[in-house]
Design a protein around this ligand. Sequence first.
Ligand code: UD1
Ligand code: CA
Length: 473
Amino acid sequence: MEATKLESPSTLAVVIMAAGKGTRLKSRRPKVLHEIGGKPLLAHVIAAAGRVAKPEDIYAVVGHQADRVKAAVAATGIRFIDQPEQRGTGHAIQCAREAIAAYENILVLSGDVPLIRPETIESLWQFHLSQQAAMTILTAVPDDPTGYGRIVRNAIETFEVDAIIEQKSLMSDQQDLNEVNSGIYVFRTAPLLAHLDQLHDRNANNEIILTDMAGLLRSAGERVVAIQAAETTEVLGVNTIAELVALDATLRASTASRLMAAGVTIFRPETCVIDADVQVEPDTVIEPFVQLLSNTRIGSDCLIRSYSVIENCTLGNGVLLRQSCILTDSIVADGAKIGPFAHLRPGSDIGKDAHVGNFVETKKAKLGAGAKANHLTYLGDAEVGEGSNIGAGVITCNYDGVNKHMTKIGSGVFVGSDSTLVAPVTLEDGSYIGAGSCITKTVPAGSLAVGRSRQITKEGWATARKATPKSKQ
Ligand code: UD1
Ligand code: CA
C-alpha cells in the first residue's frame, strides 16, 4: 500500500510497542502474533502505520521471542528495535531513544491495539499539531474501563490532561474515572527525550511505564492534551483470549458490512468467517457458514453455498460452489461448477465452465475450459485439456513412492470410469479410454485404449452354486 505521508512540515516516526510476552493470554505464542481476522495483531497495526509513514520510518520494539516476531512481519520492510528485557512501556521507548532522536515527532502505537484506523491516527496527528502539544493522547470511554489507564483531565483547561493513572494506582476517589488511555500517543520528540530518563519503576506496576510521561511533562510546564477516538472499538486492546475473540468478531462483522455495502449478499453474516483482506464483487451470494480466508478474491454473480472453506483462492464471475467444498491456493475461472464435497488443493486451476463434482480431489491440476470430472476422482499433477470428460472414479497415479509425475490429458479426451492413469503418461487429443483401464503408455490422438483383463462368463454357474449344499461347496 502506498504511504500517504501525513501533511506536515514535521517529520514523524512510528514506534510500535510489541515486546511484551502477553502473560494474560496464557500462550506460548507471543501476544502480537495472535491473530484476528486471519492476520497477526502486529500486522494490523503495521498496516495502519503504513498509511501514515513509510516502512523505513516505522519501528517495532521487539523483545519476547523477538526473532519469531521479526520473521512474521519482515516482509513489511519496517525496522526493529530490541528490548531484550521487558521492563515496561516506558522502558520500550527508552530502548528506542537513538532511533527516534532524528525525528521531530513520534507516534506511539501498541502492538496489541489492532483495530486502530488510519483516519483516527490522522485526526490525532492534526490535533497534536494544532495544539502544539508535547504529548497528545488518544482516549475513549468504553462501557467497562477496568484494566485500562485512566485520564485525569485538568478541570480548567478543556483539552489539558494532568496525568494518566494506571488501574493498580487508582485512588478510591479516582475509581469512577471512565475515560481510558488507548496506549496510542503522539509526542514531540525533544520534550519526550528530555524527560525519558526520569521514568522509573517505583509504582504499583513495578514497571517503567510510559503513562507516567503525562504527569512528568505536565509538571515541567509542557502541554499534554487528549482527544477521544470516534469509535471505542478501534482503541480496545487485547490482553486475554476473550478480548482477542471479541475483537476478531468485531473485525469480521465490519468486513462483512464492508462487502454487503459493496453489493455482496451474505446471509447470516454472523455465521461466516471472512478475513479482513478478502475481496468479493457485487451480486455474489454467500450462504451461511462459509469461510473466506487469507487473500481470497471472488468475482461477481457467484453463489457460494454453505459450509465451504476457501483459502487464498481466486474465483472468477458466475462460479457455482455447491455445499461443503474446501479450496486452497487455487484458481477457478468464470462459470465453473464445483462440488458438493470437492477438495481443490494447492495449485488447482479450474478452467471456464469446467465441472468438478462430488468427492473429487485435485492438486496441481489444470482443467481446461469445459472439462468435467464429476464424481469420485483424484487428479494430481495433471493437465486436462478443453472439453475432456473424466469418468467416475478415475485416478491419476502421480506418486511412485519417491517422485511425483505428470499426467497429460489433451482436449476432447474421454476417460472411462474407474481408470487408473499411471504417470508419467500422456493421453493425446481426442483419445478414448475404456472403463476400468490401467493406462501406463501414451495413447495417441484419436485412439482407443483399453487396459483391463477380459471378462469370463460361465453360464449357469451362480444358479448351480446356490443349489449345492454349503458343506459340498
Ligand atoms: C497499557 C497502558 C494503559 C492503557 C492500555 C491500553 C501502560 C503502563 N499502560 O496497559 O494505560 O490503558 O495499554 O491498551 O503503558 N510492551 C513492550 N515492552 C514492555 C511492556 C509492554 O513493548 O516492556 C508492549 C506490549 O507488547 C503491548 C504494549 O506494549 O503491545 C502495551 O503493553 P501491555 O502490557 O499490554 O499494557 P497494558 O497493561 O494493556
Ligand atoms: Ca495491552
